[in-house]
Ligand binder design. Structure first.
Ligand code: SF4
Length: 341
């Protein structure tokens, strides 16, 4: 791909992941769950793109499809590696194994994502061992280095995960994900299982590591407060599709999609300066197996008009070329939505 700007590390074009709905003895396919449906975005080297949406919006499936932990149904994923653009979506299995060193995931649950029968040294060192990168004292040195980088004492490497708190376990998970020196880290709800006080420490750690190691993050979260703290740009997802995408400050100040406005209105501890949405939206996220006609958000949208029930709105840029603000809403230019100062 020659059109990818040189400062872009990851470009995702038309990504889809559809899961079959199978019924009966012969497992006949009777429908599809469109968990991710035509998702497009890019991430610049060294930045953090926050991917936000309610549970069931397709955020995690997007992250896993990019890294091909699950195979996407369609679409292209491009990654810039040593100046060359690699099409991740077309790599063969053996090439993919080698390539995965460059993209790693931090998982949500620090309790279930660490094998309780392995010591911390084995957990953090496993990727190095599996990829024949280090063994013996070299491996031990690298594990110690990684533990120090995430604020853990290297002498604890012979302990098992149960000896650590939730926050410390997440640090072990972070150290493991950094073992192979990745360029891109997909952080999948990495602080949602942690206490609020520990959340802030972990976010600060991720920011420090980003600066020290020149990392790029795709940060997935349902929590807008967390997203605001860590992201340079934010993409909002609803029922498998991106509905809004802009720089963080712009998106929080001037939301252009009613769903973003509703998410801002439902933040658990709203900013005291929050101006307040006209109406807080109730109801469930649309079913990706059977989405509504037209704009998927129309059954919940306080601004919906007839056209919203008939036509899915096209993605348009309501910002400038230099500072794009992408949105899919028929009335993005006309609505005056409430944001956070
Ligand atoms: Fe609401 Fe219509 Fe915009 Fe969809 S297109 S978000 S239903 S106003």
């Amino acid at each position: 791909m020659d059109k990818m700007d040189r400062d872009i590390l990851l470009q995702v074009n038309g990504l889809k992941k559809h899961f079959p709905i199978q019924k009966g003895f012969f497992k006949r396919t009777v429908g599809w769950v469109k968990a991710v449906d035509d998702v497009n975005f890019f991430i610049k080297k060294g930045e953090t793109l926050g991917l936000v949406g309610e549970s069931g919006s397709g955020k995690t499936t997007t992250g896993r499809s990019i890294i091909r932990a699950i195979e996407p149904t369609d679409g292209e994923v491009y990654f810039r590696l040593n100046g060359e653009v690699v099409e991740v979506s077309s790599l063969e299995k053996n090439e993919l194994k080698e390539f995965r060193k460059h993209m790693q995931i931090i998982f949500q649950d620090p309790y279930s994502s660490l094998n309780p029968r392995m010591t911390v040294k084995e957990i953090i060192g496993e990727p190095l061992l599996v990829n024949n990168i280090a063994k013996g004292s070299e491996l031990e040195d690298r594990v110690a280095e990684l533990m120090e980088a995430v604020g853990l004492r290297p002498e604890y490497m012979i302990r098992y995960p149960h000896a650590f708190s939730g926050g410390q376990r997440q640090r072990i998970g972070i150290a493991r994900s950094l073992a192979l020196n990745p360029e891109l880290v997909i952080c999948d709800e990495p602080v949602s299982a942690l206490d609020v006080s520990i959340q802030a420490q972990t976010l600060n750690l991720l920011e420090d590591l980003q600066e020290d190691l020149d990392l790029t993050y795709l940060f997935i979260s349902h929590d807008l407060g967390v997203i605001e703290h860590i992201s340079d740009r934010v993409a909002v997802m609803y029922t498998g599709r991106l509905v809004e995408h802009a720089k963080t400050e712009e998106l929080f100040k001037n939301p252009k999609h009613p769903y973003t406005e509703a998410l801002l209105a439902s933040m658990p501890k709203p900013d005291p300066k929050y101006r307040g949405a006209k109406k807080i939206v109730f109801g469930e996220v649309a079913d990706p197996a059977n989405p509504p006609s037209g704009c998927y958000f129309h059954p919940r949208c306080p601004y919906a008009q007839d056209i919203c029930k008939q036509e899915y709105p096209e993605l348009k840029n309501v910002g400038t070329e230099e500072e794009p603000h992408f949105v899919t809403c028929h009335f993005a230019e006309k609505l005056s939505l409430a944001g956070v100062e």
